[in-house]
Design a protein around this ligand. Sequence first.
Ligand code: SAM
Length: 225
Amino acid sequence: NDQSFKVPRHPSEVNWAEHFPAVAKNPEAKLEVENVDVGCGFGGYLLKLGEVYPDQLSLGLELRDKVTEYVADRITALRAEEGGEGGEGKEGCTYENVAVLRANAQKDLPHYFRKGQLRRMFFLFPDPHFKASNHRRRIISEQLLDEYAHFIRSGGRLYTITDVEELGAWMKSHLDAHPLFERVGDEELDGGGDEAAKFLPSASEEAQKVKRNEGKTYRSVYRRR
Ligand code: SAM
């Protein structure tokens, strides 16, 4: 069953050293996740986060068992490949700063993160849940935005992108309406000032699929007030 997996009671019970063993051994490094890719799928964007933010820990959350396992194996392989002598992957990244967890982001976030802990949260090509009766299952909603605002620190950012026009409009309208989020303008995002924004339309597996089909994408990025 996809819902039956262990969830810690409280963030203090999470053994982060298990997920980031090399970082845990470094007394100078902070063992605290700062970037979260929600519903990370096969992990393409998560790995990019590791490369772009070498000094920050990035975590993927994924609901599907097999997909989570796949991403974990991918990270293990990259660590082995790039970590050894003569290694070092793109941008010198050894992927010790990325990890993946199986979690239901709609329920489990308070079990993993503390208030104001996160710099960035990503919602990339989330499931559209087209039918009106299923809209309550969407990963962006008024109630969930309250929760995301709780975990993102002031000045931190929330990123969304989708190829589903209606979902793009839905996410934008909920974010625009939320008092704790303010929209980041296209000039800033396209001006190159935000490294994470650059890879939204290209790094994840879903993004690549959309790109191959020459599909249009709808991006919304917000600053936590
Ligand atoms: N973000 C990835 C990408 O761009 O390639 C994957 C996009 S895929 C359409 C949506 C992913 O979100 C799926 O892998 C799904 O299992 C995951 N997902 C859906 N609901 C979730 C939840 N409540 N918590 C965590 N992951 C979830």
